[in-house]
Design a protein around this ligand. Structure first.
Ligand code: 0O2
Length: 217
């Protein structure tokens, strides 16, 4: 018997917050395992780990509420799962920008995942200076009587981009989005430096790889 696949908002039992948490937690586990396996496979085949570390989190109820409010929607469970794409979030930290795109391609080519959208804030950084690669995917969650396609936001960034984003996020919350101009300017300059640092580190890594190949000839 094949089970019917449903987007989460049509799942008839999502009538309370506990159910939302249960489903999104399952989605975090599924995506976490997929990313672990890709990293292990990479280590197995190329003796190299593209991933430094992975963090995952469920968005707090209050933050979801705020986001819905910002977009003019009422706080209902249906609106949460329909309009908030990052209730389940996985952040993958890589060493080099080339790892980010390699990993994003590997994730996108998994048959059971559907990529709903991609935002490449590395090619087009945000005005704040923010750089990161975002994918919204759905992952099937197999329950006893149906399959629920559940959204997860995957953010992929370098160690340097993560360092910057973590500090900027703290500052953003401290000043409630209204940081003094000199701090915002300083952050934008640091973001530029992060961009250059990532380029130089990638260049060095490629130079090391090339010299190893030459040694083998
Ligand atoms: P938190 O507290 O990290 O969860 P969409 O998801 O497409 O409906 P949204 O949320 O504007 O619309 O999407 P976007 O731009 O992809 O941003 C989603 C998340 O990316 C944010 O979630 C942050 O985690 C991160 N992000 C985006 N812009 C910035 C930035 O300028 N600085 C930092 N530090 N992080 C950023 P939340 O819900 O805003 O926050």
């Amino acid at each position: 018997m094949t089970m019917k696949s449903l987007p989460l908002r049509y799942f008839k039992e999502i009538d309370n917050w506990d159910t939302v948490i249960f489903i999104y937690n399952a989605a975090l586990k599924e995506i976490g395992t997929k990313i672990d396996i890709l990293n292990d496979e990479f280590q197995h085949r190329h003796r190299y780990n593209p991933i430094e570390h992975v963090k995952s989190r469920l968005k707090k109820f209050e933050s979801i509420e705020k986001k819905l409010e910002k977009h003019g929607y009422k706080t209902t469970i249906v609106n949460m799962v329909k309009y908030v794409n990052d209730i389940a979030g996985v952040r993958v930290i890589c060493s080099f920008t080339s790892d980010i795109y390699r990993l994003a391609d590997m994730i996108a080519s998994q048959n059971d995942l559907q990529v709903l959208s991609v935002k490449d804030y590395i090619k087009s950084p945000k005005e704040s200076g923010y750089r990161s690669y975002h994918m919204i995917v759905t992952v099937p969650i197999f329950l006893s009587d149906c399959v629920i396609d559940t959204k997860v936001e995957i953010q992929i960034r370098t160690v340097a981009q993560d360092f910057w984003a973590t500090l900027e996020h703290k500052i953003y919350y401290k000043f409630e989005g209204n940081a003094p101009e000199y701090i915002s300017r300083e952050l934008r300059e640091c973001a530029e430096m992060v961009g250059h640092l990532d380029e130089r580190m990638l260049y060095l890594n490629e130079a090391i790889a090339e010299s190893k190949e030459e040694d083998m000839i």
